[in-house]
Design a protein around this ligand. Sequence first.
Ligand code: PLP
Length: 489
Amino acid sequence: MVTKVGIGHQRSGNAMELDEFRRHGHTLVDWMADYLAAVERHPVRAKVRPGEIAARLPAAPPEAGEPLERIFEDFERILLPGMTHWQHPSFFAYFPGNSSPPSVLAEMLTATLGAQCMLWQTSPAATELETVTLDWLRQMIGLPEGFAGVIQDSASSATLCAILVARERATEWQANEAGLGACLPLTFYASEEAHSSSEKAVKIAGLGRGNLRLIPTDADFAMRPDALDAAVRADRAAGRVPAGVVASLGATGVGAVDPLRPIGAICREHGLYLHVDAAWAGSALLLEEQRWMIEGAEHIDSFVLNPHKWLLTNFDCSAHFVRDPAALVRTLSILPPFLQSRETGEVIDYRDWSIPLGRRFRALKLWFVIRSYGVERLKAMLRDHIAWIAELAGMIGAEADFELVTPPKLALLTFRYRPRGLDDEALDRLNERLLHALNDDGRIYLTQTRVRGRYVIRFAIGQLYTTREHVARAWQVITESARGLSVAT
Ligand code: PLP
């Protein structure tokens, strides 16, 4: 009796929920379009202090359900002021984290289907679309045939997978079996400019941070192959086992590009696994004129690029290409009886290609984006961003009290304010104050890095809604704010 009432109640409740869902869905899509149309009304970076948002939220959950109107009201009133607006056209911080209307719509479908795409069987279309779409992307970036793709949640995960494969190869698959205690110490190599995800991967893989060699860079911040070669030889001579290299195409600080051909030759000579972190710059490979970055691609074992950065696909979507998928599967595969299916072994089960078992249907948004924009429009956007950063470099160079610290690398440069008469420490402090002043102001958002020890401001263009005028206006805001600062420090 109770059960019957329960089921009946649930059924009628469900019907009501779907009507409400439809109504609220339409309202929310209207809100989304309005938000994007007027996103410039908001300060780019949230203007809140730590704890301010949490203090405005109830400490305990509601006992009874609340109407969506009220939840949404709180979203607008409490949460929105605490958001940093990554889709703001004056977002020049970090690297871009783009969404785009087709990608958002695909995410709505993905959420609605709610499919868990760990096995081919748990959604054949999701698996097969992932394979096909990633092969489209491989062709778009000029990566040679012979690579198989998988969508990871992040470049950090892809790099971890690559380090794990390198670890297994170098230990003849013994690390997984017997643990690292049974193996000789392994060493890995990345440049001093490499993203911190390499260090994190080495730590997680149990290899020890001390066994990651950060190879010095040349005047252009690229890994020095001679220094890599020397480090590998020194480790060999000391009885260690060099296992893998992470080369960066577009490292985060100033966009350094490591030379793949000589690095690859060293990897082949010493039997090292070569993973390429092109998380940001990989998108620029759509442009034929940027393909010089993958000269030497024949040496690559593993390659990651994030469509969730500069290719209009909502976070998270990280494209990971491997030359030998069997090695990745052998490293990560576990097959308990409850995950077997009739097709096991005959089809791709992407669960074996990533760290987590469960997988969202991420290929859908990438497919929507590529189809909706077409390769040509994506290329046009990338070319615009690269051209505008070159124009900005010209504007910086024209001002005597500013310094272009690193020239444009794709759509990234670094600069600093350099009024006369201040030493380097004073300039560091002044530029830090400038950055805080700019970001507190809210019209633009920038972040910092250090170049050869000195504090500099990064300027990265990559937002879908940015125009040339936004860049020019940002430069005006920067010069005015800088000259309005007192230089006494
Ligand atoms: N590699 C580079 C060069 C990056 O710039 C970043 C993030 O900005 C990452 C890796 C990490 O990316 P993810 O957040 O997808 O792990």
